[in-house]
Design a protein around this ligand. Structure first.
Ligand SMILES: [Ca+2]
Length: 264
């Protein structure tokens, strides 16, 4: 019984993610989780495939969007400026690819509008779209996200329904009011793999639990059958213990029949 209760507790807790030792915690995370590797990060093999505008070839390049850093004006100053367009009129588009031009299932992007300019100037990107293509860097494209960035120097996360992507296009529509140019510090893309991997693990775990439960059910059935055959019928007194005749072959355990009716 103890084993069965443990199995049932494990089974139901596996399905419902229940906790027996701590109260449930409200999570702000989506049901489908994301990986932790930035797929377009230069350090992870990501690349900028193309862009429609770039302020210059030195300090405000599109490549700065995936260099893994943003501007930090505190001493000692670190980070890069980010990307900026040649003018403020959008939309401006930057296309990214993953390591080896692989196709991935993605569901999250992170945009960091941190740039050297103060926020009140309004040069940071505001309204944007994310498109994906599984074929070429020129499309065909599928729209997966329409988002708006706050005018804050902070990383901002956006989730969307998982979508297959070989190329990701960031389309920046407008900034926060500047008529000079639009800019962005960093762009990141994440795979929807962690949640799927977790579900796969859970499914495998539940399949094993079902196997264990069936084995236990079979054990119970076998024990029940032995108990029925070894016990007298209801209402009859238990048979007196008798010693077996020495010349009688021993019976198997649990198959001995009551001897009260042997007179018939
Ligand atoms: Ca950057």
């Amino acid at each position: 019984m103890r084993k069965r209760m443990a199995l049932l507790t494990l089974l139901f807790c596996g399905v419902a993610h229940c906790q027996t030792t701590a109260p449930p915690v409200t999570s702000s995370k989506p049901v489908i989780l994301s990986g932790t590797v930035n797929l377009v990060g230069r350090a992870n093999g990501g690349t900028v495939v193309s862009f429609t505008s770039q302020f210059d070839d030195e300090n405000w390049t599109a490549a700065n969007l995936i260099d893994g850093t943003v501007w930090d004006g505190r001493q000692p100053r670190t980070g890069s400026n980010g990307w900026a367009s040649k003018n403020a009129k959008g939309p401006h588009e930057i296309v990214f690819a993953f390591k080896g031009r692989e196709t991935k299932l993605i569901n999250k992007v992170v945009l960091d509008p941190t740039i050297p300019d103060p926020v009140f100037i309004g040069r940071a990107a505001r309204d944007f779209e994310v498109w994906v293509s599984t074929q070429t860097q020129d499309g065909p494209w599928k729209l997966v996200l329409v988002g708006t960035l706050r005018n804050e120097k902070k990383r901002q996360e956006f989730y969307f329904s998982p979508a297959e992507a070989r190329f990701v296009k960031l389309r920046i529509l407008r900034n926060h009011g500047s008529d000079l140019y639009m800019a962005l510090g960093e762009f990141e893309v994440y795979e929807a793999a962690h949640g799927i991997a977790s579900l796969d693990q859970l499914i495998a775990r539940l399949e094993q639990l079902l196997i264990d439960l069936k084995k236990y059910r079979d054990q119970l059935a076998e024990q029940g059958l032995l108990a029925v055959t070894a016990t007298a019928s209801p209402g009859e007194p238990a048979p007196p213990a008798k010693e077996e005749p020495e010349n009688k072959a021993p019976q198997k355990e649990g198959t001995e029949k009551p001897k009260g009716d042997e007179k018939s």
